[in-house]
Ligand binder design. Sequence first.
Ligand code: PHE
Ligand code: FE
Length: 286
Amino acid sequence: MATDLTRPSHAAPDWTVAQDWHSYSAEEHTVWDRLFARQAEMLPARVVPAFMEGLDMLRMTKPGIPDFDELNARLSDATGWQVVAVPGLVPDEIFFEHLANRRFVAGRFIRTPEQLDYLQEPDIFHDVFGHVPLLVHPVFADYMQAYGEGGLRAAKLGMIEALARLYWYTVEFGLIRDGSDLKLYGAGIVSSYGESVFALDDPSPNRIGFDIERVMRTRYRIDDYQQNYFVIDSFEDLLRQTRDTDFGPIYERLRDRDAIDVGDLLPSDRILHVGTQAYAKAGVRA
Ligand code: PHE
Ligand code: FE
């Protein structure tokens, strides 16, 4: 999401472009395969089971960068979602409009072999491997559409920042309860080898029960592992707290309240783990 972008001349008015699958080089397919092999081996014990079911159902285990036409045939059968290619970041309202119509926008480029472990800009591995498997889950699929509709409303009310935080702490960096365990579901985590371990195992970050108002006040960092993760009980519970809640009164309260800094805890937090913040204090990457 971003503002003040200029639409490249080869993109349609809704900012979509052709994926042009045949133009990927052998080296680019190999980068996908290396990233895929590493995550597919590590994730089964860590990710919400619906994610592995989605990978399987979409036949994403097939080698190489997925061809969106093939992926979309299966995805639209499952939940009516589609993946569409875009040149990079798109304006907020374009992004929300696509989601509200069950279209997930994905970058078509892939990182270089030197960037296997880290890049700040989302590439096709993040967008497709990270986000698309859960679009097969009916409840999560409904959440993503409702989020797009909520985004269009938030844009009119000048509350995009609050809604962007919700996206960040659910769709990108969310954790979910699985019995007495925690599992991953956020795409920013599951597309990163390092953060897939850090988010569950490292003593540094706080792990806090999900609360809509708390999340919408919480700042986040885009340059390194998160200092807070928010834990939902289930996708049904997430839908109840978001789609089935009118954000109007919440937005009114948020206008007069300060943002909460990354890493800060509040007395009202439902804390599952108090982070040591050792990793953030050491300033490893920043
Ligand atoms: N219920 C929210 C509103 O009233 C819309 C929304 C749904 C936002 C799902 C995010 C996710 O604006
Ligand atoms: Fe993402």
